[in-house]
Design a protein around this ligand. Structure first.
Ligand SMILES: [Zn+2]
Length: 329
């Protein structure tokens, strides 16, 4: 089969090669990859994470079952599936408490093992979740990272109906799903974004970065935000934090602009704020995301074919980026 193989760090060392098709072991399924969504984690794998052996990147993908191994009963050839992209042992205390994303022996596909930039990937059956018929592969390839991360973040923040949820960077991969899930929960959503189209993804209000504080004050009648979803990192951390009202919760999961943040401790206790982190999500949450996927949508900016992977990565850093980048195989 063909796969994009990274021999050492740097995009120049990513090459399309003929490699052996993965063997399907007992309890596994062979997935014919149909689409991948590009993420910051892919750039991290290519540029920063030391490569000890040849590695196939690609953390977020979906496809069709090509072959099932022994003892696989729930899935069959031709099923459309989205892939929970973490290995987990199912036996440690975190797995047993339904926190597979924190598994003591866990890792993300493409970091701890090969990812999805290949014609085929073999995964354990528990990692392949069957999609509703109406869901296309562009959306299916946005569920394992973009949608799941947002879903977990809102659960971590215990978002309640009628609360004000502010999404910083609302047009980003995760932002558009944070808005959609927040609307499903019956909240009032405020998107901080320069893109007006986020209204089509559930933003009740769209405000700019410059006057965000005044705007949130106005919209919430000075109550300020109950929840702030922060996916960008250092650059807008203080802004997001300043938007929280009493008993406010800020949930963060991205560091694209840096990972050093300052907090005003007096605000933390006097307003009883909570700062939360979230990473990916659990199998239970992924199953919920897949079940809700028929009511979700994704904004795709550009699509590339399997031969154009390097061009796709170049565009992924573009300032013009306006929605997701999807690779179709
Ligand atoms: Zn575990």
């Amino acid at each position: 089969m063909k796969a994009w193989v990274l021999s050492k760090n740097g995009i120049d060392n990513l090459n399309l090669k003929e490699v052996e098709k993965p063997e399907v072991k007992e309890g596994q399924v062979l997935v014919k990859v149909k689409a991948l969504g590009l993420n910051p984690v892919d750039s991290m794998v290519i540029d920063l994470i030391p490569v000890n052996a040849e590695r196939i990147p690609g953390a977020e993908f979906a496809g069709e079952i090509e072959e099932v191994g022994q003892d696989v009963k729930e899935l069959k050839k031709g099923d459309k599936v989205s892939i929970y992209n973490r290995y987990f042992d199912g036996t440690c205390s975190y797995c047993k408490s339904g926190n597979e994303m924190l598994c003591d022996n866990g890792y993300i596909f493409s970091i701890g093992s090969n990812g999805g930039l290949a014609e085929y990937v073999a995964v354990d059956q528990k990692n392949a979740l069957k999609l509703p018929d109406s869901v296309d592969f562009e959306l299916a390839a946005s569920l394992p990272v973009a949608a799941l991360t947002s879903y977990n973040a809102l659960e971590r923040a215990k978002v309640q109906k009628n609360e004000f949820v502010v999404v910083v960077g609302a047009s980003g991969n995760t932002g558009i799903f944070a808005l959609q899930f927040a609307k499903m929960l019956g909240t009032k959503t405020i998107a901080i974004s320069s893109k007006d189209w986020v209204k089509d993804f559930g933003a009740d209000y769209v405000i700019g970065y410059e006057n965000a504080l005044e705007e949130v004050k106005k919209i919430t009648n000075s109550k300020m935000a109950d929840v702030v979803v922060e996916s960008i990192g250092e650059k807008f951390w203080e802004l997001g934090y300043s938007l929280l009202g009493k008993n406010g919760r800020m949930v963060a999961f991205g560091t694209e602009t840096g990972s050093n943040a300052k907090i005003d401790i007096s605000q933390l206790y006097s307003k009883q704020l909570s700062l939360l982190g979230s990473t990916g999500g659990s199998i239970r949450q992924f199953s919920a995301v897949v079940n809700k996927s028929k009511d979700l949508k994704v904004k795709v900016w550009k699509k590339f074919n399997f031969q154009e992977v390097k061009d796709a990565f170049k565009e992924n850093n573009s300032k013009e980026k306006n929605g997701r980048i999807i690779i179709e195989i």
